[in-house]
Design a protein around this ligand. Structure first.
Ligand code: NAP
Ligand code: ZN
Length: 351
């Protein structure tokens, strides 16, 4: 049994508070992890506040989990005690369907998310990374390449893979001019990864103050998206757009940025839907709209190796566990550059 300290949301409209639970003795296929760092994704805020519906309380959020292996089950092959490992948004899937066979566990109809998913194994919902420990099936544990800054690597487990997967799926490379919409947790990692893939990167931001930083992060151009004239100046210029925005907004000005056959991919999932775009903007240039959900386990490992090779991590503000509620407010008011990461060694003192 592993006694675990955590922070949990108890209701949608209340701050997160301390919470305790136990993990049972691990099974032969499982890895028990001492959590060192956990990123705060905007999805944690949407989920804790039940903005997407389906919240189960108490909810222990956190799916950018980075830690050290404390114990491995008898059948575990890939990991040893002391290894530095990661856990992202997924901790289970059926392992039998075509999605799982293709390494796309995120699209399995029976996927188990790291928190707020029903777990037969634990006979409760899953609890995530705002905790001292987590126990996970070996298949869903990632190896962290040596030499990476651990706190800055944690956000790659969700933000990193969520942007890497569509960039890879649509084969973004040197032949492409692409747009990243929203320079937040996902967006700033997307800029770094897309630049490393060789694309010409244009950032679209609602925050004029982020323009200079966007260039330092690797953008070739920055457009202040509230400026209609600048937006119109970029019409018909992009092959691909990744939209990471966490709030409803008008899609049409972004569709118009695409060239013929260009695609806009949504990863941001606002609690209220965007207004429907004008379908003529799709028809007249054969433009496409798509969505993408995190990434599979194999691809997540590929992303971590790619980031290690290209020296890519997130820009983070490290916080203590008891700052989480202020951090949530600052995520919503768009006042973080660019990802909060909780130092889990502060959890005991925050109880
Ligand atoms: P974040 O750090 O809050 O970044 C979102 C960015 O969107 C902000 O930095 C801001 O960028 C822009 N923005 C915010 N409010 C806006 C508004 N009213 N109008 C226009 N732009 C606005 O959030 P995140 O953690 O990157 O997550 C982004 C979204 O992706 C969330 O909805 C999250 O739930 C979702 N998500 C999806 C997946 C997936 O698998 N599809 C995975 C993880 C997260 P500027 O200041 O540059 O405008
Ligand atoms: Zn996330």
């Amino acid at each position: 049994m592993i006694k675990t300290q955590a922070y949990a949301a108890y209701r949608a409209d209340e701050p997160l508070k301390p919470f305790h639970f136990d993990y049972p003795a691990i099974k032969p296929n499982e890895v028990a992890i001492d959590i060192l760092y956990c990123g705060i994704c905007h999805s944690d805020v949407h989920s804790s506040r039940n903005e997407w519906g389906g919240a189960n309380y108490p909810m222990v959020p956190g799916h950018e989990v980075l830690g050290r292996v404390r114990e491995v089950g008898g059948d575990v092959k890939k990991f040893h005690v002391g290894d530095i490992v990661g856990v992202g948004c997924l901790v289970g899937s059926c392992q039998q369907c075509s999605e799982c066979a293709d390494g796309l566990e995120q699209y399995c109809d029976n996927q188990i998310f790291t928190y707020n998913s029903h777990s037969e194994r634990f006979n409760r919902v899953t609890y995530g990374g705002y905790a001292t420990h987590i126990v996970v099936d070996e298949h869903f544990v990632l190896s962290i390449p040596e030499g990476m800054d651990l706190a800055k690597t944690a956000p790659l487990l969700c933000a990193g893979i969520t942007v890497y997967s569509p960039l890879r799926h649509w084969n973004v490379g040197p032949q492409h001019r692409i747009g990243i919409v929203g320079l937040g947790g996902l967006g700033h990692v997307a800029v770094k990864i897309a630049r490393a893939m060789g694309a010409h990167v244009v950032v679209f931001t609602t925050s004029e103050s982020k323009a200079k930083e966007a260039m330092l992060l690797g953008a070739h151009e920055v457009v202040f998206s509230k400026d209609r004239v600048s937006m119109e100046g970029h019409q018909n210029s992009l092959n691909f757009i990744l939209n990471t925005v966490a709030a409803p907004h008008d899609i049409d000005p972004y569709l118009l940025l695409l060239k013929r056959d260009g695609v806009i991919v949504f990863v941001g999932l606002p609690s209220e839907n965007h207004p429907s775009p004008y379908i003529g903007n799709l028809i007249f240039k054969r433009r496409m709209m798509a969505g993408s959900l995190i990434g599979g386990i194999k691809e997540t490992q590929e992303m971590l190796n790619f980031c290690a090779e290209h020296d890519i991590t997130a820009d983070v503000e490290i916080i203590s566990m008891d700052y989480v509620n202020q951090a949530y407010d600052r995520v919503v008011s768009n006042e973080v550059k660019y990802r909060f990461v909780i130092d889990m060694s502060t959890l005991k003192s925050a109880q």
